[in-house]
Structures are given as C-alpha cells and as structure tokens.
Design a protein around this ligand. Structure first.
Ligand code: NDP
Length: 281
C-alpha cells in the first residue's frame, strides 16, 4: 500500500515541539525573535511573509515585520541589516526574496550575520553544511529530511536521485542526503537520459520547477518520491513537479502537493529561529 506523506501533520508536530521549547526559553527570559524584511509588494512575497508571521504566533516567537518601499536603496537595506545584526534581542533575520532588481541579493545575503541566518543562505552556512559543521540549513531541504526520518524511511545506503541543483533546494538537498549516507546523484537541465537515471532511485527528490514533469516512466517501482515543486495548474489548483495521479500506482510513498513539502519549509524556519535563540542560553 502506498504511503501518502503528510507534511501538514509533521509540520504541526514540529511546531508543537518548538512551542514547548519556546516556553522553556521564555522561562529563562529569552524570547525568540525573528525579523522579516520585505522590500516592495510582490503579492507572492506578501503571502509568504504573512504565513511566516502566523507560524511565529503559533510557536510563540516574536516576529517583527519591516515592509520597505520598492524604492529602498541597497544602502538603506544594508543599514537595517547591520542594525538588526547588532541587536541582542533579535535572533533571526530573514530578507524575503526576490528583491527588486536594483538591489544585489548576494550582497544582502552576505550582510546577514551567520548567527542570525535562519534561511541558511549565507555562504558560511552553505560551507558549514558541505563540510559537516553545525550551522543553519536551508529550510526546504531540511524539511524533506524530517519527512523521511519521521516516516521511518531508511536513507543510509539508498540510491537517491535529486532533480534540480538550485542553491536553495537541490544543492543543499544533495549535501544533506550525503550526510545521511545515501548514494546521491544530482540531475539538471543538461542531464542526458533523465528517465534512465531517475529510474535508479530508491528515493527520488524532484525540485525542477516544471509542473507534472515526472511521470511513471521516470520512477522505479516501489520508489519514495518527494515532490518539492509548487505550481498552479490550468484550473488554478496547486500541483507539483510530479504527475501525482500518473505515478501513484508505482510508488511506495509520495508527498502530495499541497500538503507535502510545502508546510515543512516554514516549520523548519521556526526550528532555525528557536535554535538561534537557544544559542543565547
Ligand atoms: P530553480 O528554477 O532555481 O531550479 C530548477 C532546477 O531544475 C535547476 O537546477 C534546473 O537545471 C533543473 N531543471 C529544470 N528543467 C529541467 C529538466 N527538464 N530536466 C532536468 N533538470 C531540470 O528552482 P528551485 O530549486 O528554486 O525550485 C524548484 C521547485 O520547487 C519550484 O517549483 C519551486 O516553486 C519549488 N519550491 C518549493 C518550496 C517549498 O517550500 N515547497 C521552496 C522552494 C522552491 P539547471 O541548473 O541546469 O538550470
């Protein structure tokens, strides 16, 4: 029987565990605090920021929202980040991406203190992950690991294929699966014979940004399929990079879209904020 991996439930479990930890931190007079900076008013970003605020409220984390105008300069944004880097009561700083074109995203990411880099995008956090040191991990791939572990899916020694090599999903995902002792292959747009490679996977993780691209020809019988993609289909319904209905008869476990990987991203952001606050104990 196929297991439908319930990311909504697991994310709630994680947030409930964090709630308890926040209560303990508050008893020690530490109130975890996340600052979320949005520049401009991209509608998708506004929704993401609102969801992050809601999750903070649920877990008991203080959230401060900075809604800056589209015309904000790089220097003004840098000044704000520097100010927040120096504030002892602020544990996490998140700059909602994408930023307007006149702002250099890379410089902004580098400006955030690695101790407060709860998105895990700073080069120091990325470097720490790749050499096996403690540090913040990009929330979506960290969420995938939690889904696999909490469903008791063995990773060690398994053949894992990741489709996508972005800095925020594919690459950190590969490092994490390596850390869990999987044998990892990373595919991308120049990969030849994609179905042949993905069909080797015991665990297939898809983060390619192509709606319902992965059909049953790409999947080994009995594979675990993790679908990171999020899209709106022609009927305005959410769907993933995997053609769920096509592969469902072939897999042993799968994440649905919505309700799979999506809710895990914010849960792991909350986890990172609590970890950041704990380091002040
Ligand atoms: P990117 O667009 O940054 O990366 C897509 C990757 O897929 C690239 O590495 C690209 O290869 C590869 N790719 C594209 N087409 C093909 C193809 N035909 N064959 C093989 N590889 C291909 O996307 P992200 O990593 O940011 O996101 C991926 C998906 O996950 C998106 O749908 C996004 O919305 C979703 N997402 C979901 C999150 C969540 O919370 N659930 C969080 C983040 C993203 P190349 O490098 O060669 O261009």
């Amino acid at each position: 029987m196929v297991t439908i991996i319930d990311g909504k439930k697991i994310s709630t479990d994680i947030k409930d565990e964090l709630k308890e930890q926040v209560i303990k931190l508050k008893e020690k007079n530490i109130e975890p605090c996340l600052c979320v900076i949005q520049v401009g008013n991209d509608p998708a970003s506004t929704i993401y920021v609102r969801n992050k605020k809601k999750a903070c409220e649920y877990v008991g984390i203080k959230s401060i929202a900075y809604e800056l105008g589209e015309e904000t300069t790089q220097e003004q944004l840098m000044d704000l980040i520097n100010e927040l880097n120096n504030r002892k009561d602020v544990h996490g700083i998140l700059v909602q991406l994408p930023l307007p074109g006149h702002i250099d995203e890379e410089k902004i990411i580098r400006a955030i203190s690695p101790e407060k880099d709860v998105d895990g995008f700073h080069p120091e956090s990325v470097g720490r992950l790749s050499i096996g040191q403690k540090g913040f991990i990009s929330c979506t791939p960290a969420g995938v690991i939690q889904l696999l572990k909490r469903y008791g899916i063995e990773i060690e020694g398994k053949e894992c294929v990741i489709v996508g090599r972005s800095n925020i999903v594919g690459k950190p995902m590969a490092m994490l699966m390596l850390r869990e002792n999987a044998t990892v292959t990373v595919c991308h747009s120049r990969t030849r014979n994609l179905p042949e490679i993905t069909s080797r996977a015991d665990i297939l993780i898809v983060a390619m940004g192509k709606p319902r691209f992965i059909t049953k020809e790409y999947v080994k019988p009995g594979a675990v399929v993790i679908d990171v993609g999020i899209h709106r289909n022609e009927n305005n319904k959410l769907c993933g990079d995997v053609d769920y209905d096509d592969v469902i008869g072939k897999v042993s476990a799968i994440t649905p879209v919505p309700g799979g990987v999506g809710p895990m991203t914010i849960a792991m952001l909350m986890y990172n904020c609590v970890e950041a606050a704990k380091s002040c104990e």
